[in-house]
Write a protein that binds this ligand. Structure first.
Ligand code: NCD
Ligand code: ZN
Length: 485
């Protein structure tokens, strides 16, 4: 008992001797954790007594990565991935929160389907947000999805895995009007559908069937058109939007212009667009097929520039697992699009930090701070500070490892980075105070520890525009017969 009559405070864990990194600075500091939260950051002598100690000398203590673009495939495609395997891959990759996409089977287009997915996600080891779908035929379900706890919305403007049809611009506007009122962010697969469908059909009919023909079917103009159109609707309604998997130099112009006009738009890119280019199609064959496609070296270089200048806000992975057989199919139009990435993002990007292409502080901004802020998780997630969730990736910046597809924790043992040697690896991962990865081993009994982010998510109050013109206000879809009775 101390003078106040209370038992002395004892923390559960102190991470000692490491370097704590934020978006602004790296400082030598210990981190004390009690329960699910960080309770102190500072000098060793300022730490409370603790039940356990984790030695972090020579290591970096980062906020866990927040990956707003993963496909964990459950329900419907569990031969590719499920919530247990996908979240194990995240834990191994230093990713402590994921936002999961609605192109499952069934797709997440109604409150009931969201509830079903949340029940399946209960076996996740990492925290999660769930996307609801915005499509042509589910506008009447959007309010139900919101009430059921959708954390963001996803709109497929162009065809990709799952074959969900792109909504018309008219349906998109109506969806934006409804979702804008909640402040929730709408993430766009921003590739215009009809250009791609026509080009792919003509290329295939002309016998163009090689991996590089996938790139020719989806020139960057499809992204330029879609980013511009989505930004126009966001500007008109006040909806918040997020541009997924930015792949080209050309689409940076409409993105930057929308930001300059005051549209609340964020953008992400993914390691494959930063590290691969046209030169890799021959070596990788159909494995490289992804939507949008890996493009030219000058696109890759422009994306690096945009990451440093802030035109692109964050790094996500578009973790898109498919089996090695599904990735090897030819002609190219039969190969499934995408590949796993949630486990390799942090090592690949830390390797670029080691090469001097980004600072470690820039990396923390891109991988943790910016997604936390854009999706309403800040200040509970995305930072190492008292009061925040203890979501932490402890990284050995000097450790080298060779990525092996066979070693991935994803069910899909395939990656375009097979054989690549990385420098900088997350050696422990904590989610809300609990170790989910320790010493490069997945802590298997952490399955089920992950929680929905709904209870901590706070989107700022939206600034609506043209709300009086929203069609559901002018012409509600409610029973019209009643007044006649
Ligand atoms: C993704 C998938 O497989 O679900 N594929 C891809 O090529 N990126 C879907 C997507 O994000 O477009
Ligand atoms: Zn996509």
């Amino acid at each position: 008992m101390n003078a106040m009559g209370a038992a002395p405070f004892v923390a559960d864990l102190v991470i000692s001797g490491g370097t704590v990194v934020s978006g602004e600075a790296s400082i030598a500091a210990d981190v004390a954790i009690a329960g699910e939260h960080i309770v102190a950051v500072g000098r060793p002598e300022a730490m409370p007594p603790a039940r356990e100690r984790l030695e972090a000398r020579g290591l970096l203590v980062l906020p866990g990565a927040i990956d707003v673009h993963v496909h964990f495939r459950e329900p419907g495609y569990t031969h590719k991935e499920d919530w247990a395997t996908g979240s194990a891959a995240a834990a191994m990759g230093g990713v402590t929160t994921v936002f999961e996409m609605p192109n499952t089977n069934p797709p997440t287009r109604s409150a009931a389907e969201l509830a079903e997915k949340r029940a399946l996600a209960a076996k996740s080891s990492v925290d999660f947000g769930l996307y609801g779908l915005l499509a042509e035929d589910n506008l009447d379900e959007l309010e139900g999805l919101i009430a059921a706890g959708a954390n963001a919305f996803k709109c497929f403007m162009g065809n990709t895995f799952g074959d969900l049809p792109a909504p018309s611009t008219g349906a998109m506007l109506e969806g934006f009007e409804i979702i804008a009122r909640t402040g929730l962010r709408i993430s766009l697969h921003a590739e215009e559908a009809t250009i791609m469908a026509r080009r792919q059909a003509r290329l295939a009919a002309a016998g163009r069937n090689d991996p590089l023909d996938h790139l020719l079917a989806r020139p960057a103009v499809v992204a330029v058109e879609a980013v511009g159109r989505a930004a126009t609707l966001a500007e008109w309604t006040g909806a918040r939007i997020h541009i997924l998997h930015i792949s080209s130099a050309a689409e940076l112009r409409p993105l930057a212009e929308a930001k300059a006009r005051g549209v609340d738009v964020t953008g992400e890119t993914c390691p494959c667009y930063l590290l691969l280019s046209r030169e890799d199609y021959g070596r990788l064959g159909p494995l490289i097929r992804v939507n949008p496609p890996v493009r030219e070296a000058y696109d890759r270089d422009a994306l690096w520039h945009a990451l440093r200048s802030g035109v692109i806000d964050m790094i996500a992975t578009d973790h898109a697992p498919h089996t090695p057989e599904e990735k090897a199919r030819l002609p190219i139009w039969r190969a499934d699009c995408g590949f796993p990435g949630v486990e390799t993002q942090m090592p690949l990007m830390l390797t670029e930090v080691a090469r001097g292409r980004l600072t470690i502080e820039q990396y923390v901004r891109l991988a943790a701070e910016a997604p936390a802020k854009a999706f309403g998780l800040w200040p509970t997630k995305g930072r190492i500070a008292p009061g925040a969730h203890a979501d932490i990736a402890i990284v050995d910046p000097k450790r080298t490892e060779t990525i092996r597809a066979a070693d991935l924790h994803s069910r899909a043992k395939v990656t375009p980075f097979d054989g690549v040697t990385v420098t900088g690896v997350p050696v422990h991962t904590l989610v809300r105070g609990r170790l989910v990865q320790r010493d490069r081993r997945f802590v298997s009994d952490s399955s089920g520890w992950g929680r929905p982010v709904t209870e901590i998510q706070r989107m700022p109050t939206p600034v609506l525009r043209n709300a009086d013109l929203a069609i559901d206000r002018l012409a509600p879809r409610l029973p019209l017969a009643r007044s006649a009775a």
